[in-house]
Design a protein around this ligand. Sequence first.
Ligand code: G6P
Length: 594
Amino acid sequence: MCGIIAAVSSEEEVASILLEGLKREEYRGYDSAGVALLNGKGAIVVRKDAGRVGQLEQRYNFAELGGRVGIAHTRWATHGGVSQKNSHPHLSCKGLVAIVHNGIIENYLDLRKELQSRGHAFTSQTDSEVIAHLMEEEYEKDRDPVRATVAAAKVIRGQYAFVALFSDRPGLLVGARYDAPLVVGMGEKTKFLASDVLAFLAHTDMAIFLDNKEIVELTTEGARIFTLKGKELDARSRKATRVAWELGSLSKESYAHYTLKEIHEQPNSVQSALAQDPEIVSAVADRLKSAKSVVLTASGSSYHAALLMRIRLAAEAKMRCEVVLSGDFERELPFIDDETVVVALSQSGETADLLEAVKKAKSRKVGGVVSLVNAAGSSLARQSDQTLLLNCGPEVGVAATKSFTAQVMVGNLIIDKMTGKDTIGNPYKLGTLVEKALATEQMMSRLAHEYRDRADFYFIARGGHYPIAQEGALKLKELSYIHAEGMSAGELKHGTLALIEKGTPVVVIAPNGHGYDDTISNAQELAARGAEIIGVAQKTHPVFTHTVRIPASNGSFAPVLEVVPLQLLAYFMATERKNDPDHPRNLAKSVTVK
Ligand code: G6P
């Protein structure tokens, strides 16, 4: 995955800007970090190491490093272990070019051999380093940065966003993207290239979203954009746009972690998710209604939101409908044609598996791609026929929270439009209900303390609530590192019940209404085998060891109220176990590799 941030400025030194940008991008990976700056003497200085950005900052004195142009990187290792040598930036043999890269270069071994046979010496085991050597070789020919990038892009295979810094070009950077994100930030005095607008949003909210397969040459004067083949594009067609996300939402405010802050933003974010252009909602509803079948695709938490959407699409809108994990999309291809509409759900809009799924669907002449996505200008948004933005602001915590509930809301809005029902009602009331669900916070903190050392956790629910059991288990796994499973309640007796022992904690989601009695019977079966039942329900029941009371609501909003306490449980489990909830080990927020 990795995060890239690069800056070129006419007035200020950029080291601290780069470090700050890297911290904003740590959600993309955080096993090592590095910065390369061009100093006043025409030399590229590299400071990099394994560990987090904060550790890098402590290890080196960045204040003494001048330089108004530089590149930086936070890594999520793919090729080569976590070490100083494998950290980015990578420098070419003669120190002429330094690069940072996000993605995977599939043919790096062949390229490496060829470059070695021509005398290049490699210092890392990464796939990325080949780019630095290729760029140097080409750049030496005529000192043309764009031509060197075109030449490198011609031979590398795979997916990439990379940025290069040249030792003899103090006011210039080049970047290229192929199936990985790269955004240009157009500050007045300082211009940026980054994997994500969050990295430079503290300095400018004016952005140019590069299209896939484009190269950018960035100077303090502005950006020139080229195709990967080197053809320059008309500057008038590529104006900077203002990014709507507010700067305030980038700070943790008084919260200990972004994750907790984002959980607490949900009374507002469930409402802002509903602030959609009615014409687009109608057009999306019409498109879905006129389709013969709908295929929803997503990964991670977004997949669970898709499962919820499917349940209502089938039951209420009577749509023939499938949900496919984006990584498994291939299996659905035989059933996709011009009468199928694909709905893609994603927070980042950059998940590689999802983009690949959309690409495959398009190759089958699908009848339309609709996306529900948080990041405006993301690859997914740009590749969709219609996009509804989640409007929940930047989500920094690696575990999805407010983006998940926003997806549920946008899904509900579409389905209400399709069926002519109003299951949403007054959005303000929804905010109040979420506040009530948040009032479980102290209880969830106490439960986390009590259960912090358990090895396994189970979550069960029925029907339209089952995806919340899956989401609750996923949250707990990613934040606490405790093994957890989300099960359909009726399925327990077909195997998993064998794992229940005295004291095994089971979260039973048992809202009033259809399925309640059956779910309670399953809870009894569990309790009879020694399980401790944490009931998430509107009312207590003797079988519950603990009752987490959630407010009553109609069917379409219930999943939101059920998931909020589970998000809190996972968060407090992480803090109880001394994990960093914002940066769970081994994970990254935006998974841009397949
Ligand atoms: C990663 C994140 C998850 C997220 C999933 C899908 O695995 O850690 O929190 O749900 O990607 O991401 P997307 O941006 O497509 O929703």
